[in-house]
Each structure stands twice: as C-alpha cells, then as structure tokens.
Write a protein that binds this ligand. Sequence first.
Ligand SMILES: [Zn+2]
Length: 268
Amino acid sequence: MNCSICQAELKKTEYKNKIFGEDNYYCKSCDSYHIINEKDTSEYYAAEYHSKFSYNNFFSVLINKLSLVSNRTAGRFDFLSKYGNITKYLNFLEIGGTFGEFYNIAQKKNSPKLYIIVEPDKKFNRKKKNLKFENKLFENIDIQKFKDIDIILMFHVFEHIFDINGFLETLKLLKPVKFYFEVPNCTNEKVKIESLLNNPHYHHFSKKSLEILFQKHNYKLLKIETIEPQSYHPYKKIGRIRRYKLRISGKNEIFNENGIYLRGIYTI
Ligand SMILES: [Zn+2]
C-alpha cells in the first residue's frame, strides 16, 4: 500500500476510524495518514453530518445566516487578503459552503461580483443578489460551466475527498485561479486523534505533506501556515467579552507551528 501523496510505503496504525470502520495508515516519508478504501458516505452526510459537526441547532444557523454577530471567519478573510493578492469584485466558488459564513465576511470587505456555493443540502439556500447555490455534490457537476472563477475556497472539505489527486487535476480545468483551503493540522496531537478516529476524513495532513502534494500537481505556493485560533476554538472555551475584544482588534488567530489548522493559498 502506497501513500497517495508521495508514493512511499504506508504502515498500518493502531487508529481505527469509528465512522468508516477502517484502519488509518501512516506515511513516515511525508508525515500524513490515510484511509485506503473509499466508503459510500452519501447516507451518512444526508442523515448526520451537518447536525453532528457543523451546527448544533437551528438557532445558531439562523444567527449566522442573518450575520447578527461579528464573523468568526474574519481571520480567514484577512489571510486571503494579505497573501492572496486579491482585488474587489471577484468571482468566488466555495465548495461545501453551507449557508455562506465566508460569503458574509467577503460581502462586507470585498464586494464579490459573484459568489457560488456548492452545497448539496438545499436547507442552507438563501437569496442574495450576488450569491448562487449549486445544490449538488461537487463531483456531479460539470465544472467547465463555471466561467471566470478567480478564487476557489474550501474550508475543512479537502480531507473528506477520497481521490485528492484527481480532484487537484480537475480544478486545473478552471485555471487561472487561486485555490484557498483550510484543513486540520495533524501534527497537533489532539487534532490528529480527533481526525483519525471521530471524523469522516480520508486524509490527515501535515504542512510537509501538503507542500509535497501541491508541488506534485504543479500548483504554485503563495502561502501555507499553521494557525492557532484565538477568538474561537473547538477545544477551549473563550469567554464572550474576550472573544469580541479579539475579533474587534483583528487578533482572531496567530501563526503557530503546532496550531490546530493548516491554511494555504496556491495559484493554479
Ligand atoms: Zn507520503
């Protein structure tokens, strides 16, 4: 069994993914973990995924939809703005964007010309002049119908894709384009265990493994960093006052080698 990133021999680990019921394999050469059999996840995503992992209740979805609180993803926008060399009035394509949390912040700061969200679940749809929903799985869309896309975004989606090599080649059909993504950082021990055991993730990346993967597909690196969120955190409770102080002062997150997320921007 060989690594889907660097082709080196994989080694079976003690970590069995509870959702897939499959073993995780480790690649020492590029420091990544993989599940080697593709599973039928359609029923899982239809029945459980959004309720289990994304939002706890209808109320929090509503609050976010209406942008009633300052957006916790502002740091993601700042990163794109700083390292992505972007202008206003761009065409965005977000894969797996639910109701458009990132759209909310892009709308405030960047006035997208068009923002397309690929999201199979219709319940997230809403009406905005420059926002369009594609209620399909990305792999069932003929992506050549997307014209003049400037930025493809994908937050916590890449690790759910089985054929990452095929996917990165498919995105080339839309070039020239910038690809902006965030995935769990599996060199962080806590994130690694969560990702390996309790999430429907096929791949678990380190910074090194992502660099090798994107280089293999001839993507050009603009920036890749390990992020530790400050104003929000999946494993730590941040008090409300502290949370808003940090957001208002723009200190949503810091770069930290052992941070919980990996964030990258590449040009294709
Ligand atoms: Zn490898």
